[in-house]
Design a protein around this ligand. Structure first.
Ligand code: MG
Length: 172
């Protein structure tokens, strides 16, 4: 049952992966989502730029390919990754899954944030992700949800993201 081919994609295969991320919010910090800077009274506290979409997405991509998570690959104590633009993490993740014979097919995202409202930034976020992942904007779902004023999201203590991805083999 187990052999080395389990590690890599076979022709026509698909895989599904899931990833989440959460960062504490602090006033005066920049809010960056999928590389888009969003005017905001607060932003994530993080070793990197705290881009929850790209972090959740990276873990979903790696998980679908059966790889280690971004916390293992990009240790938050490693000075090389301090203030790292998360786009570079995604590039590294795409390289890693590409070596295993996988590429993104479609993704779906949920961001949990009380404020600001993200609706007006939805299209620029999808456009950025489309370019980053080389998939059509139509293959990218992006929802924003508030915390209805309660809990860590509702009290603007945190921002969270959930990502689901589908990979397909690079050989079709
Ligand atoms: Mg993170």
């Amino acid at each position: 049952m187990t052999n080395s081919s389990d590690e890599s994609a076979a022709v026509g295969q698909i895989r599904v992966g899931i990833g989440t991320d959460r960062h504490r919010l602090e006033s005066g910090r920049p809010l960056i989502l999928a590389g888009v800077e969003i005017p905001s009274p607060h932003g994530p506290v993080a070793h990197s730029d705290g881009d929850v979409i790209l972090h959740a997405l990276s873990d979903a991509l790696l998980g679908a390919a059966g790889s280690e998570d971004i916390g293992t690959i990009f240790e938050d104590t490693d000075p090389r990754w301090k203030d790292l633009p998360s786009r570079r993490i995604v590039e590294e993740v795409l390289r890693t899954i590409g070596e295993l014979g996988w590429k993104p097919h479609n993704i779906d995202l949920v961001v949990h944030l009380e404020k600001p409202k993200l609706a007006e930034h939805r299209e620029s976020i999808r456009q950025q992700l489309s370019e980053m992942l080389s998939i059509e904007p139509g293959a990218i779902g992006m929802k924003a949800k508030t915390g209805e004023g309660v809990g860590p999201v509702g009290e603007s203590l945190v921002i969270e993201a959930l990502a689901v991805v589908q990979l397909k083999s690079t050989e079709e």
